[in-house]
Every structure is written in C-alpha cells, then in structure tokens.
Design a protein. Sequence first.
Length: 213
Amino acid sequence: MRKTFDAELQELNYEMIDMAAAAEDAIDVVTESLASGDDAAAKSAVEMTRSMDQMERDIENRCLRLLLQQQPVARDLRTISAAMKMVTDLQRIGDQCANIAEISLLLKEQKQTRTLADIRTMSQKAGVMVKRSIFAYVNRDTEAAQAVIALDDVDALFRTIKGELVELIAGNRDEADQAIDLIIIAKYLERIADHAVNIAQWAIFCVTGEILG
C-alpha cells in the first residue's frame, strides 16, 4: 500500500513540475511579446495558458484521491496540501500571463515609452521570482525559497510605474489609453510576483510545516 502511495506522490510531483514549466514558458513568451511587440508571441502565450486549466483539474483530482483513498502521514499531508495551494497560484499566473499578452497586442501600434521599458524590467524580475520559487519547491530548498521572498521588490517597481503613468495621464490626455493599459499590465505583473512568493512559502511549508505570511 505504501509503495503505491509513494508512486502516486511521485506522479503528483511530476504533474506539478509540468504545470510549473508551463507557467515558466508563459512568462518567458509574455516577456518576449512585451520586448518585441510580436503578435505571434502574444498569441502563443494565450494558447499556452489554456492547457493549464486541465493540468489544474488533474492535480486537484490526484490530491483528493490521495487524501481520500490513502492514509497520509504528516509529511505527506504537507506535500499534498501545499500542492493544492500551489496549483491555484500557478493557474493564476497562467491567467495573468494570458491577460498581459492580450493587452500587449493593443500596444503594438502605440508609441514606445520609457515606462514600457520599466515594465519589461518588471516582467523579467517577476519571471525570475517564479522560476526560483519553483526551483525551491522541486528541490525542497528552503534557502532558495527564502531568497525569493527577500527578492520581492516588484511592489516598489509597480508603485514607481503607476506614479509615472498617473503623471503622464495628468499631463497628456492623448496618452491616457496607453497609460491605462500599462498600469493594468504592471498590476498583473505585481500579482505574478505575489504568486511566486506564495509558492516559495508553500515550498518552505513542505519541508518545515511552518506557514509563513
């Protein structure tokens, strides 16, 4: 019985890694679409995130089977409960990448601004945080997870970008539409970084049982 349970846990880990890889790929493609204004990259990001819906359902179903059909010990319960929490964060990252990609299609024909360059930087930082948090979970590396939590300066970047764009709107109404689009993108990137912190915290919980936040 334990051997079967361990095999199921291993399958759960593989599914989590696959979904995490999909989230990483979506962020990479979205960052590329913001940098290049490439329609194909933006559309690809939207398509990529659609497969994550089924991944989420599959992982949740496996977690429920493990809880209902087996008798997990404390360590196993931590792994399963963390997976159920993390899968939501990964799905939200996918949704936010798709939203950013759709908005980036609207920006292609608009004038490039310094703020758009700042948003690309924000996108890269959020992407790094997600990748490092996933690394921490896969490797059960609490130090790497703590480093992700300490790295979170995306909130400050968002406030800076938002302030710049509010000033832009006040000074030039003709730029208002683009400024609003950029504020929305920046907000989505801030949320992606927040999800990365959540994943890092759940990675720590898997190892220690300590709930941070």
